[in-house]
Design a protein around this ligand. Structure first.
Ligand SMILES: [Zn+2]
Ligand SMILES: [Zn+2]
Ligand SMILES: [Zn+2]
Length: 329
């Protein structure tokens, strides 16, 4: 497998003929349960009275490898490089049946802390430009393991969607000297029609222009570009974020089982890139957040209708329904 860059959209694509795709291995005993004999190398773990509360492991079939040279090179007008980076599985909970929406706020808080520690650690590598944390859950979202897990990839490039956000955030800041995310949050809280719930300094809302029905963002009220800085410095806030994340996922699960979740945080500003010029104001113009994209099986075909997002439920209607959803508490 290798990375190739689309010269028009400038997105990197991982491509190649993967033998694993044609003969998927059946999942035997869970390799992420504490007593597994088939587990991969543990990278980091947070201790608890009974052993560990959350831990990170090498992905059993990693997309990115930490060893080797990126070998970034031209191919006529094209760019390519080998898939150097890191790919980890974050085990959210030692218990096989304890998904985020069933876990205690303390357990979710530990998972968030581990995520923050791992992101910070990977960013110490000057080659790494971005660290993505994501979770695919459910049969229609490409879920990989049944154990409660998220995944983390560290890449030598910034993913396209984040790059769009960084550029847009910088342009907005240049024009107004304000953070676009702070401005969105202020207007949403004033209008209140798309706010699902606020918990301490965190707000869950439906975006004004959703890409999919029931799309939900979780944004901190206090301006901060980097999730890992928040996650490590303010343990009190972590419990509020944990509760809001748990309750929001419970709400979404009243609509559909499958969803994608992704954390958008600032790129590696410990080692600024000379070619990408968004570093100077990044602490002012970027604002970390979580995006949740529910997958509604019946409507999946419409999403890319004519390559314009087509979302047949308005955010106002979706938010009303999610707000009123019966959840456990
Ligand atoms: Zn398990
Ligand atoms: Zn902001
Ligand atoms: Zn985002």
């Amino acid at each position: 497998m290798e990375l190739r860059k689309d010269p028009i959209t400038r997105s990197w694509v991982m491509t190649g003929d993967d033998p694993a795709e044609s003969s998927p291995r059946p999942e035997s005993a869970c390799r992420f349960c504490p007593d597994s004999r088939d587990s991969t190398q543990v990278i980091a773990a947070l201790p608890s009275a009974s052993g560990w509360s959350a831990r990170s492991m090498v992905h059993p079939t990693p997309l990115y490898h930490i060893e080797g040279e990126p070998g970034r090179r031209g191919d006529g007008i094209y760019d390519r490089m080998s898939s150097v980076g890191a790919h980890e599985v974050l085990v959210e909970n030692p218990r096989h049946d304890r998904q985020l929406w069933h876990a205690s706020d303390d357990e979710i808080g530990q998972f968030l802390r581990l995520a923050a520690e791992r992101i910070l650690d990977l960013k110490r590598d000057p080659r790494i430009k971005y660290v993505s944390l994501y979770k695919d859950y459910g049969p229609n979202a490409g879920q990989e393991f049944s154990h409660p897990t998220s995944q983390l990839t560290a890449t030598l490039f910034v993913p396209r969607r984040v790059l769009y956000e960084l550029r847009a955030g910088r342009e907005y800041f240049q024009a107004k000297e304000r953070c676009v995310f702070c401005d969105i949050l202020a207007q949403e809280e004033r209008q209140a029609s798309r706010v699902i719930e606020a918990r301490g300094d965190y707000v869950a809302l439906g975006p004004y222009a959703p890409r999919v029905p029931y799309e939900t963002w979780i944004i901190p009220r206090n301006h901060e570009a980097s999730f890992e800085r928040t996650g490590l410095s303010k343990p009190g806030l972590r419990t509020n974020l944990a509760a809001l994340l748990r309750r929001t996922l419970q709400r979404i699960r009243t609509v559909t089982e499958s969803y994608h979740l992704v954390l958008h945080t600032s790129p590696n500003s410990l080692h600024p890139s000379k070619t990408l010029g968004y570093w100077k104001t990044i602490d002012d113009d970027y604002h970390w957040h979580i995006e949740i994209m529910p997958v509604l099986a019946a409507k999946a075909r419409s999403y890319t209708f004519k390559e314009v997002y087509y979302s047949p439920v308005s955010s106002e209607t979706a938010v009303k329904q999610l707000r009123e959803a019966k959840i456990d508490g």
